[in-house]
Design a protein around this ligand. Structure first.
Ligand code: PMP
Length: 417
């Protein structure tokens, strides 16, 4: 089929009629399919059930069932140190999810400032750079603290560094959230050049902080995954600028995993001082369960291969539908990521919300359209985040067909009404 924009009105209306027939058939199935959030499937969750078998809860003679060890047990700190390529002294093991670590860190900057700087709450304006499309919950944290969000476009190599280098000249720009590997939602891994340019930034604000959310650090789907340069290896004098976080949410159990934070000595000291007021210690039994379950980083990577085997057919299925049904029509673009949890689909400008409505009508829930942009405002109304992990393959098959039909219908409505 030729591009929609080269078709006559009559041809488009005939195509619309065929699509509507198909759409009505889908509607008649009374479906209830969920592609809204990046949740692991039941099959993936089952992979980690062995972790819950009884173990000896002592480490180096210390009973980890009791209070103590604010920044985590030694073996768990070492596991994350090895995973992230930093020293164990630069790791804090956090609660059961990394969003807590991110929220708490921004809250700390807001309440007490950064290593002696003016607390952000006392400043007239605080701005953050937000690579877009991005992760909605980062935006929610920033909005909660009244931090003004500035969109920075993503490129195939990561955020547009020319734009960032310009924007950081403004002293009110205090930081940036990044998902450097298999970004949410595009699945883009920052190139070495991008990581080096980020590491070399000289922001006007001395308290500029980057939250390096490495949520998908080991989440390859294809055999040959992407490689991310370790930013701590190239930060040099800028070592205080980056706070890295990750978690086992999508390795073991979301909301019941282990999170970790990596940062410079100075940042770790400030965070620990605050943490000392916040808690006595996190869940060290869970930390030890994770260490015993994975053994070491090699064990963790082997476990992630099992996740990949479940995820790959789902991602392949979505990409195949997109190629077969939307390829060559000139109404949609997407990336085929090598890992992560999402496929980002850009439909014809001005039609994404309509696609969301049509999908809903036919029983498919997508991530709220617009959520991939700060304030829920996608200026082009074009980005849709597809989360293929949760539904079984057969459901995903149907859901993606409905999505493709909706994308085409919305485009024709836009072109000829
Ligand atoms: N960061 C990103 C980029 C994510 O996509 C997610 C999960 N959707 C999280 C963080 C949440 O991680 P956690 O469960 O550790 O809070």
């Amino acid at each position: 089929m030729s591009e929609y924009r080269n078709m006559t009105k009559e041809e488009l209306l005939a195509e619309k009629e065929t699509l509507l027939k198909k759409f009505d058939e889908f509607k008649a199935m009374g479906l209830n399919l969920d592609m809204s959030r990046g949740k692991p499937s039941k099959e993936q969750l089952d992979l980690s059930m062995d972790m819950l078998k009884p173990i000896d809860y002592t480490e180096d003679g210390f009973d980890v069932r009791n209070y103590g060890l604010l920044d985590g047990i030694k073996s768990c700190k070492q596991l994350f140190a090895d995973l992230l390529g930093v020293e164990a002294k630069n790791i804090i093991i956090g609660p059961s999810a990394s969003l807590n670590l991110m929220y708490d860190y921004i809250c700390q900057c807001y309440c007490e400032g950064v290593l002696g700087s003016t607390p952000w709450c006392k400043l007239d304006e605080v701005k953050f750079l937000c690579p877009v499309p991005g992760y909605d919950r980062h935006f929610t944290i920033l909005e909660h603290f009244g931090i003004k969000m500035i969109n920075v476009p993503m490129t195939s190599e990561g955020p547009d560094m020319d734009v960032i280098e310009e924007l950081v000249k403004d002293e009110a720009v205090k930081g940036m959230f990044c998902v450097p590997k298999y970004s949410n939602p595009q699945g883009i891994t920052f190139s070495d050049d991008t990581v080096r340019r980020i590491a070399a930034l000289k922001p006007a604000a001395k308290d500029f902080r980057i939250v390096w959310d490495n949520a998908y650090c080991v989440h390859d789907i294809k055999d040959e995954g992407d490689t991310l340069l370790n930013i701590f290896d190239v930060l040099g004098d800028n070592e205080d600028m980056v706070i890295e976080v990750c978690s086992t949410s999508k390795m073991t159990f979301p909301g019941a995993g282990v999170s970790a934070l990596a940062a410079s000595d100075a940042n770790i000291a400030q965070i620990k001082k605050r943490l000392n007021c916040e808690t006595i210690s996190y869940d060290k039994m869970n930390q030890l369960r994770h260490v015993k379950f994975f053994g070491n980083v090699d064990g963790l990577l082997a476990h992630m291969k099992k996740h990949a085997a479940i995820m790959k057919p789902k991602f392949d299925m979505v990409i195949e539908h997109l190629e077969n049904e939307l390829g060559g029509l000139g109404i949609a673009e997407w990336l085929d990521p090598k890992g992560g949890y999402f496929i980002s689909l850009d439909v014809m400008n001005g039609t994404a919300k309509r696609v969301g409505e049509l999908c809903k009508e036919a029983g498919v829930t997508l991530t709220t359209v617009g959520a991939t942009y700060p304030y829920g405002d996608d200026p082009n109304n074009s980005n849709i985040r597809i989360a293929p992990s949760l539904p079984p393959v057969a459901e995903l098959d149907l859901a993606t067909q409905i999505l493709c039909t909706s994308v085409k219908l919305a485009a024709i409505e836009k072109l000829v009404g």
